[in-house]
Design a protein around this ligand. Structure first.
Ligand code: CTP
Ligand code: CA
Length: 239
């Protein structure tokens, strides 16, 4: 792990971070995936290590290797990620869900490679909803109450595009309320923004009504801002 001068703002804290993107298999050679590279999650892990935290890192199909110094676990599908995240989150102080989780998966997994049929019919792939890992973890935390060991601070990431109905931050505020997490990092996305690049512009929203924090720059700079906000929230005490 990187060396720090002092004990660091997250010394003694356990931070669980999910990163990358899930893949949902269709047949043995094909899957539904997304364009998350894992770069933001890696930057978050490095920033948390520098801040002195123990980092449990749950990686799903990243373009790059996980940073040195983390406790690594891996997952492929959303269902697998749910299991791995729940395990890593137990006893942690913070969960940061930076992984891009597939909202849907093929309803049916075909055990042998799908062939072009002789009748030239266009195939139809039926999708079903995946579990919402973050929302289910927050519901589980509430069900367990004070005796539970799920993290008091849960941070979501939301990639949003504005449209004619509402702006990026309005959608972000609605998502923060819907998900029930303590912080939401809202990321404006588009064709040439965010995915696979090293530049990022985010707004950090807080459920307790604290002033939003704007951060932009490299994914390392954004990660530092998020970790700083996490340390601040832990310092104030959540729940
Ligand atoms: N997330 C999750 N499980 C899912 C989908 C999303 O845990 N099945 C988490 C993501 O890791 C992220 C947060 O929820 O931290 C927000 O993800 P996002 O895709 O923006 O939210 P959704 O509720 O899926 O809304 P949308 O319909 O806009 O995709
Ligand atoms: Ca989604």
């Amino acid at each position: 792990a990187p060396r720090t001068a002092g004990p660091g703002p997250l010394a003694g804290k356990v931070v669980a971070i999910s990163a990358g993107g899930t893949r949902e298999p269709l047949d043995p050679v094909r899957y539904l995936g997304n364009r998350s590279s894992g770069r933001q999650g890696i930057a978050l892990a490095k920033a948390a290590l520098v801040a002195g935290a123990t980092v449990r890192f749950i990686a799903a199909h990243m373009d790059l290797p996980a940073p040195e110094g983390v406790e690594l676990s891996t997952a492929s599908t959303a269902a697998q990620l749910q299991g791995a995240v729940t395990e890593a989150a137990r006893g942690a102080d913070v969960l940061i869900m930076s992984a891009a989780v597939a909202d849907f998966r093929p309803a049916e997994y075909v055990g042998s490679k799908i062939k072009k049929s002789d009748d030239h019919a266009d195939p139809v792939i039926t999708l079903v909803r995946n579990p919402d890992i973050l929302a289910m973890l927050i519901a589980q935390r509430a069900a367990e109450g004070v005796a539970g060991d799920l993290p008091p601070l849960v941070v979501g990431f939301a990639a949003e595009t504005g449209d004619a109905e509402a702006g990026v931050l309005e959608y972000g505020a609605a998502k923060l309320a819907r998900k029930g997490c303590e912080m939401l990092v809202v990321n404006e996305v588009g064709e040439n923004l965010t995915f696979g690049t090293d530049e990022n512009t985010v707004t950090i929203l807080f459920a307790d009504g604290a002033e939003p924090v704007h951060a932009s720059g490299s994914k390392d700079q954004v990660a530092s801002s998020v970790i700083e906000a996490v340390a601040g929230a832990l310092g104030e005490g959540t729940r």
